[in-house]
Structure formats: C-alpha cells, structure tokens
Design a protein around this ligand. Structure first.
Ligand code: SF4
Ligand code: SF4
Length: 126
C-alpha cells in the first residue's frame, strides 16, 4: 500500500483509487483490464483476476475485516506472530509503538512511493 501509488496515477478509468481511509482499492466494475497498474507497480503486487477479468491485489482484507475493526486474516492467523497491522497515523497504535522501537525498512524507498509495509530484520538470523 503506497502513499504515492503509481497504480492509482496510471489507471485510465480511476478503477484504482484511495478510499476514505487511504487504502488503495480497485473498483472491478470500472476496470478494463488494461494492466497498466500491473506494469506500474514496482512491487509486483497486482495480478489479473481470471474470474472477474479485473486487476486484483491484496487489500489487507479491508472490506471483510479491517472496516469492521478486525485485523487482516493473515495477521490474526499467523502462528508465529510475525505480522502486525495498525494505523501508523495513530502514535498510540501497536504498530506505531513497535516501529518506534525497532528499525523498519520499506522496499525500494528510492522510488518515492512511500509504501506502508515495513520489514523488521532485528533478531532474524540471516
Ligand atoms: S504496492 Fe503496487 S499495487 Fe500496492 S499501492 Fe503500491 S503501486 Fe499500488
Ligand atoms: S487494469 Fe484496471 S485497475 Fe489496472 S490500470 Fe487498467 S483499468 Fe486501472
């Protein structure tokens, strides 16, 4: 989920958009399947859904979970507790507090997309 998402800016039909919570979503009814967004995404996060014919991607379970105050399914089911989800605009959220204490890295920061997915490598044996 980028704060400056190239998938949104290249979409010719505005099928890719930011919702009221700043989440990048896809309106399948507006998508014409041109794949511009798939080419523009530097994280290879999108694919063409063969059932709908529209672009698709992870939504952090926005509609099914997050909009109801629940965590994404991957976070709530991860047996290792390796995933965390939260509002980084809220300094009191678990994610904000954790990131304040650990060094988090984003992928390809030089591209200026400002992704909101951070990787914490501390304590990981490489
Ligand atoms: S990671 Fe890719 S699909 Fe997700 S918001 Fe960024 S550019 Fe768009
Ligand atoms: S595939 Fe769909 S969502 Fe992606 S750029 Fe084209 S119209 Fe927009």
């Amino acid at each position: 989920m980028c704060q400056k998402a190239p998938c949104v800016s290249v979409c010719p039909t505005k099928a890719s958009y930011y919702n009221e919570d700043g989440v990048v979503l896809i309106d399948a009814d507006k998508c014409v399947g041109c794949k511009y967004c798939m080419t523009a995404c530097p994280y290879d996060a999108r694919f063409l859904n063969k059932e709908t014919g529209a672009a698709d991607k992870c939504t952090f379970c926005y509609e099914l979970k997050v909009s109801k105050g629940e965590k994404p399914a991957c976070v709530s089911t991860c047996v290792g507790g390796a995933l965390m989800f939260g509002d980084l605009n809220d300094p009191l959220s678990e994610a904000s507090q954790f990131l304040a204490k650990h060094k988090g890295e984003v992928r390809k920061p030089e591209l200026g997309t400002h992704p909101n997915v951070y990787y914490i490598y501390e304590g990981v044996v490489k």
